[in-house]
Design a protein around this ligand. Structure first.
Ligand SMILES: *Cc1c(COP(=O)(O)O)cnc(C)c1O
Length: 390
């Protein structure tokens, strides 16, 4: 099966170059990088190269990279470290639109003795910076704000937020899982203390992530044990994963320009043609300040899951804005935070592209999706015809 894959914010195809780079570590290069012998030492040298490649992508120093198992682990390690190294501070600031990797941890902290501020966003998904500023205080241990939102693609001004935190002695962490490889990042010139990323969101393998930790930032390890990662993350290294992530960093660096020109043009064509051909379709999120690969479109009076199922019959993979939580169909917390009208939130579809997409992929969606929406709306009790304005 060869899908029309437009769900790259969920996961990406592993680039063929990455697979080739990883292959030896499942075979003959099985040495342990911590071993004293040359056989292991060779693998240690390979890991150093991967670390440098990733650091180069971020404008960081190799020693500032800690390899982890995924984006979620990096997020948790960063936030827990801030709380453990500054136990006298019991306040955390985050946003209302974070990925569950941060959101669910923040909610747990709020239920377990910490004070947590969830900064709101406006109708276009833009962060309320004044609110953020007002709630930064003496007891704030850490602020964690994503670089780019995974559902809408909206980009947050994290460098400016980090500067505000710096002035007040607050640690700043950003979940940059969606930003790395799509927007230029130069950590050497920023005040960001910690940044999370994930291999499988940038054409690397699943099961590998990294945490950037600015030199001099206090750190309490999430996993204690061996001395790997300079004692900051114990456990024998995922050698194939690390090499793959290093190669993926090189891949996205080489393709960032294409992502911002060709992929952006594909996204824009998909979006503008759908808005033209489908009545009562609306883009969710700030169209001017977005990742180049993402569009979230709300179709009034239809069920997102039904759209996905019918697109799936044509091999088209996308994602809905709503998540099935505890058996009840609730619209996504991101779209709710933006006050997207209820039936539009329910009928929202996220298309997320990559450099592996072509014009033919977009043509197919433009051929198949409008009739699907027309059929679903004919069956919808909420649909009052294209004259309705919401
Ligand atoms: C996918 C994603 C994560 C989680 O990364 P994993 O490697 O799957 O744990 C965290 N944050 C954002 C914004 C994501 O898109």
């Amino acid at each position: 099966m060869n899908p029309i894959y437009l769900d790259n914010n969920a996961t990406t195809r592993v680039a063929p170059e990455v697979i080739e780079a990883m292959r030896p570590y499942f075979g003959e290069r099985y040495g342990n990088p911590s071993s004293m012998h040359a056989f292991g030492g060779e693998v240690a040298a390979d890991l150093r190269r991967a670390r440098t490649r990733l650091a180069d992508l971020l404008g960081a120093k190799p020693e500032e990279i800690i390899f982890t198992s995924c984006g979620t682990e990096s997020d948790s390690a960063a936030i827990w470290s801030a709380l453990r190294t500054r136990p006298e501070r019991r306040h955390v600031i985050t946003s209302r639109v974070e990925h569950p990797a941060v959101k669910n941890l923040a909610e747990w902290l709020a239920q377990n003795g910490y004070r947590v501020t969830f900064v709101p966003v406006d109708a276009d998904g833009r962060l309320d910076i004044d609110y953020f500023k007002k709630h930064l205080g003496e007891e704030t241990a850490v602020a964690s704000i994503m670089w780019a939102n995974n559902e809408t693609g909206v980009i947050f001004p994290v460098e400016e937020l980090a500067e505000l935190c710096h002035e007040r002695g607050v640690l700043f962490h950003t979940d940059a899982v969606q930003a790395v490889g799509k927007v230029p990042i130069d950590l050497g010139r920023s005040r960001i203390h910690m940044l999370s990323l994930s291999g499988h969101k940038l054409h690397g393998p699943k099961g590998i992530g990294a945490l950037y930790l600015r030199e001099g930032t206090p750190f309490a390890p999430f996993l204690r044990g061996g001395h790997q990662e300079r004692g900051r993350r114990a456990g024998t290294e995922n050698t194939a994963g690390i090499v793959g992530l290093g190669r993926a960093a090189k891949f996205v660096a080489e393709h960032m320009e294409e992502e911002n020109t060709r992929v952006r043009a594909l996204r824009d064509r998909l979006e503008s043609e759908l808005l033209k051909r489908v009545p009562d379709a609306h883009v969710n999120g700030d169209r001017d300040n977005r990742l180049p690969n993402t569009t979230s479109i709300g179709f009034d009076a239809v069920e997102g899951e039904a759209i996905l199922l019918m697109m799936d019959q044509h091999g088209i993979c996308a994602s809905s804005g709503s998540a099935c939580t505890s058996g009840s169909l609730e619209p996504s917390h991101v779209l709710r935070a933006m006050n997207v009208p209820f039936t539009r939130a329910h009928g929202s579809i996220r298309f997320s592209l990559s450099v592996f997409n072509s014009d033919a992929d977009i043509d197919l969606v433009l051929e198949k999706l409008p009739p699907i929406l027309q059929r679903l709306r004919q069956m919808s009790p909420f649909w009052k015809g294209p004259e309705q304005t919401t």
